[in-house]
Design a protein around this ligand. Structure first.
Ligand code: ADP
Length: 436
């Protein structure tokens, strides 16, 4: 918008034009050619203006990259405005380019691979780490589909299913010794970020931890069996011994028994962690299994509790029987262990809307809400004293969680202090089988 102000070129030009036309009118009148003189002067003025329009047009045709031409008066004002706009534009472009370069430097400094995927899953952009960890090369791979370059079947499934919460652990397609944790993150309009992190060290440490626990447990098994055997023999052969000595031997027997259980649970846990869950699938008739576990619970309870079992005999599970037995047994034994005499224990195996549920309910002491999220951690106990008195290993619920995970199930715990607890194992419909 051009504004006419006192002292500005527009006003100056107006004054000059008016003065020129007035002078021309006087001279034209004097020589008797008033209109001709006015017309000629106006034409000359127009021609003078047109040459600047021509210069502006040429400058615009050259892309407006060079500095705009110099000119006096209003054209000088127009060209100066253009020059200022051009400089502002240049500065903004430089700032944007700097920002872009810095963002690219920052993305390249990230040790994790970052890949921008377009709406069809095509590669749009990636950082230096993506070249190193995933072998992506620019410009060769730009526009290629991610699934065609990273061919691991699990990755293709993740990509197709748009699962954003999951992280995959797969080997790098170019560095076989490197293990990557890969995840997808949605952003912008139908775009996704593919993030890949080198977790080789973590995976190795985790494997070392698992191997260490498994090896130690395995090595402890034989000496413990021997000690337990000797303790049993000593207890049996010391029937007439001093009460104090007998008490000590029984304590020894009791503790070696507890250590053996601990070692067995540790070995079971490491087996659950290290073996393939899909192996050894069978149809497990849950009702008879629960019947057996219920009888064992009656023996352990020794009449101190009322134990009730309701099991749908037609409902079976696809899975590994020994693992399911361990999980269910841990829940039922816990109910007996922690529920004081006179309490009730109810075991239910039934169909639910989207699968099946095994529920173990007791009228025991209950568990405070703050403990519930940590209950399935190894060796986590609400009350250390009570747990060790009951002879627990602290691994029972960790085993339950792992077994359920291997059977696509999940554990749901509800509990109220002073009222009781309910442990539910929920299995999806895909795991069910019907017995006739
Ligand atoms: P533990 O061998 O100590 O029983 P678990 O992993 O089986 O180990 O259980 C973890 C903790 O959860 C137990 O120490 C106990 O405090 C609590 N817990 C488990 N089941 C029950 C229950 N039915 N009632 C009350 N507390 C329970």
């Amino acid at each position: 918008m051009f504004r006419v102000q006192a002292g500005n070129p527009w006003l100056d030009t107006l004054i000059v034009v008016t003065a020129l036309e007035a002078a021309t009118a006087v001279v034209g009148y004097a020589i008797g050619h008033l209109f001709l003189s006015l017309w000629l002067v106006t034409l000359a003025f127009l021609a003078w203006q047109l040459q600047y329009v021509l210069r502006l047009d040429r400058w615009l045709h050259q892309g407006g990259i060079a500095a705009p031409p110099d000119a006096p008066g209003i054209w000088g004002d127009v060209f100066n405005s253009l020059r200022r706009a051009q400089e502002r534009h240049r500065r903004r472009r430089r700032t944007l380019a700097d920002l872009l370069a810095r963002s690219k430097q920052a993305a390249d400094a990230v040790p994790d691979a970052v890949v921008v995927l377009g709406p069809r899953g095509e590669l749009e952009w990636w950082n230096v780490a993506a070249t190193r960890l995933l072998g992506l090369q620019a410009p060769r791979d730009a526009g290629q589909l991610a699934g065609a370059l990273l061919r691991h079947p699990d990755f293709r499934t993740l990509l197709a299913a748009d699962r954003y919460r999951e992280a995959l652990t797969i080997p790098s397609p170019v560095l076989p010794s490197v293990i990557l944790e890969v995840r997808l993150v949605p952003f912008g309009e139908r775009r996704r970020l593919l993030l890949a992190r080198d977790v080789t060290r973590l995976v190795r440490l985790e494997r070392m931890r698992r191997d260490f626990v498994a090896n130690v447990s395995h090595e402890l098994r034989t000496p413990l069996t021997v000690i337990h055997g000797v303790a049993e023999t000593l207890v049996d052969s010391d029937e007439d011994g001093a009460a104090e000595q007998r008490e000590a031997l029984e304590l020894l027997l009791q503790q070696t028994q507890r250590m053996r259980r601990l070692v067995e649970d540790l070995l079971l846990l490491s087996r659950l962690e290290t073996t393939d869950a899909s192996a050894n699938q069978q149809v497990v008739a849950v009702a008879p299994l629960l019947q057996q576990l219920c009888q064992e619970a009656q023996t352990l309870s020794d009449g101190r509790h009322r134990i009730e079992l309701n099991a749908d005999a037609t409902l079976a599970l696809r899975g590994e029987e020994s693992e399911l037995r361990s999980a269910f047994s841990n829940l039922i034994i816990n109910a007996v262990k922690y529920t004081p005499a006179g309490g009730e224990i109810r075991i239910d195996w039934r169909r639910i809307a989207d699968g099946a549920c095994l529920e173990v309910c007791d009228t025991g002491p209950g568990i405070a809400a703050e403990h519930l999220p940590r209950l399935t951690e190894r060796f986590y106990r609400v009350d250390r004293g009570r747990s060790s008195r009951t002879g627990g290993t602290g691994l029972g619920l960790a085993i339950v969680k792992h077994v359920l995970h291997r059977h696509e199930g999940r554990l749901q715990i509800e509990s109220e202090l002073g009222v009781g607890s309910s442990f539910r194992c929920l299995f999806p419909a895909s795991r069910l089988a019907v017995l006739t």
